[in-house]
Write a protein that binds this ligand. Structure first.
Ligand code: DX5
Ligand code: ZN
Length: 234
């Protein structure tokens, strides 16, 4: 599903947008070429913060035809995947740490006709995804501890992304997106792409850009221009 080796997607995280201007913010990054729109759902249990639910995912769906990418940072996400599917999500990602019957949850997402992602916190071994790798469309490597926008990038993440890429290449070459989320900006994005990331989530670097969301998307795009996975042969 990568649609060509080395193709990088930019996924602005709405967590850092001006929520009172939600529609405008989404349209702006869409028009600037962001391929995915990243929606961060937090429940105050799995992570300390509380954000948004299916109503907002539905509102986002209504203003863009881009890929709506829902990142569930909630306990027992299986309770809500159907609602997010109904709201128009294209990709639904659950945390391996939050779903006891992860295999079943992923089946449920795919059964709803959606792409299924598994997210791993920085402290979770990569092996947590090995047994379900045949049933996923995306692996999300958290590059901060989830919960808030604007946190400092964890430097060890670059090596971790490289190891995640090696795992994907050994098991499902060319078929799984590798997403990174947290502290992604103009300086960290190129390292992450070189390590094998294909989907770059960025909140504060995009919506906090002095020139606005469109300028933020363009800045990240420019930073990864000509950069590719070092094992990608190009
Ligand atoms: C963190 C969220 C991220 C967050 C990223 O828990 O999953 O998507 O918005 O924000 P930045 O890019 O500011 O680190
Ligand atoms: Zn996220």
């Amino acid at each position: 599903m990568t649609g060509g080796a080395g193709r990088i997607r930019i996924a602005p995280s709405l967590l850092s947008c001006r929520f009172a201007e939600l529609g405008r913010e989404v349209r702006e990054v869409d028009a600037a070429g962001a391929e995915w729109i990243h929606v961060d759902v937090m429940d105050g249990h799995f992570v300390p913060n509380i954000t948004i639910g299916p109503l907002i995912a539905d509102a986002v769906r209504g203003v863009t035809s881009r890929t709506v990418d829902v990142h569930l940072m909630i306990e027992r996400p299986e309770r809500y995947v159907a609602e997010f599917a109904e709201a128009g999500a294209d990709v639904i990602t659950v945390h391996a740490e939050a779903s006891v019957h992860l295999h079943r949850t992923l089946d449920m997402i795919r059964g709803l006709g959606k792409r299924a992602g598994v997210a791993l916190n920085p402290s979770t071994p990569l092996s947590a995804v090995e047994e379900v790798i045949d049933g996923i469309d995306m692996l999300l490597i958290m590059t901060v501890n989830p919960g808030f926008g604007g946190q400092a990038f964890i430097p060890q993440s670059v090596d971790r992304v490289a190891r995640a890429r090696a795992l994907i290449e050994s098991r499902r070459p060319g078929t799984i997106e590798l997403q990174v989320d947290g502290g992604v900006d103009r300086s960290t994005a190129p390292m992450l792409v070189r390590a094998g990331a294909t989907v770059l989530v960025a909140g504060s670097a995009i919506f906090g850009h002095p020139g606005g969301g469109a300028a933020g998307v363009r800045a990240i795009r420019a930073a990864v221009e000509g950069v590719s996975w070092k094992g990608g042969g190009g």
